[in-house]
Design a protein around this ligand. Sequence first.
Ligand code: TRP
Length: 327
Amino acid sequence: MAKKRILSGMRPTGRLHLGNLLGALANWKRLQDDCDCFFFVADWHALASDYANTDNLKDYIHEIIIDWLSVGLSPDKSTLFIQSHLKEHAELFVLLSTITPLSWLERNPTYKEQKEQVANKDLSTYGFLGYPVLQAADIIMYKANAVPVGVDQLPHVELTREIARRFNHFYGKVFPIPDPILTEVPKLLGIDGRKMSKSYNNTIFISEKPEDISSKVSRMVTDPQRARRNDPGNPDVCNVFSFHKLFSDKGIIQRADRECRIAGIGCVECKKILADNLIKFLAPIREKRDYYEKHPEVVSKIIQEGTAKAAAVARQTMEEARSAMKI
Ligand code: TRP
C-alpha cells in the first residue's frame, strides 16, 4: 500500500522553543518514519502578517531549518523545502482564489480574531484575508492525505477541504480531501507560568545555551503559596514540577513530589536539578545544531534537494490542475 502523504508547514518567525519541540516537531518526527512527509517553511505566510519589516526573514528561515534538522527531521525521510522557492504555490493560489467565495474567508475565525487582537499591525490586507487560500494551495499541491496541525489551524484545514471539494466539483476530481491530524500534546507553560510563546518573552529555546537555560529555569515561577524555604509546597500547581515530569527521570520526579510537600527540598535545588536535566536533554540537539551552523553549505544542499523533490510533485499537480480548468 502506498504510504500516506503528509504535509505541514511553519512560519519562520524566529527560533523554535520547547513548546514547538514537544508539540509540532515531536509529531512530525514520528510521522516521518511511516509516512511520505513534506515539511516546508511558509515564508509567504510569514509575510501575510509581518510584511512591513522583512529584515530578519532570511535569518529566520535559516534558523528554523537548522532547528528542524537538529531535532531530527531527516532529509533522508522527509522532503524539506521553502515555500517561496516553488512558484507553483503562487500559481495554484491564483487559481484557487478564483473559486473561493469571499464569505468563506470573511467568516474565518482566525482572521476575525487576529484582526481584532493584533493592534500593532494593519491586517486589513488582501494577502491576510487570502491566507487560508494560500495554505490550501500548499496542502493540495502535494495531494496530502493528512495535515498535522495545532487546534488553532483547524479552521484553515477545514477551508482547504471546502476549496478542494469546490475545485473537484467544477473541474473533476483532481484533489484528495485532506484530514487534519490533531495529536494530544503535553501542555508546556513558559517560565512565567503563561502559555509558552515568543510574544510573551517566556520561552526556552531549543537552541538555548546551557548558561541561559540555568538562568531562565532559576527565574521560573513556582507554587506562589510557597514563599519561604520552610513553607511546604504543592507540586501539582508548580510549573517547575510540570517540567520535571517531562524532562527528569522517575526517581527525581518522585523525590520532588514527595519532598516539596514537606519542605524537604527547596525551590533553588529543585530548579538546579531541572536545569541540569534540561541541559542534558538538549545537549545532543545542540551538538547537531553546532554542526549545521558551521556547515551552511550542507543546509543549502538539503534544501536544494528537497526543493527538487517537491518541484517534481508540484509541476505534475499544476499540469493536472491547468488541464482540469482547461487553461
Ligand atoms: N498557517 C500555518 C501556521 O501558522 C503555517 C502553514 C502554512 C501551514 N501553510 C500550511 C500548516 C500548510 C499546514 C499546512 O502554523
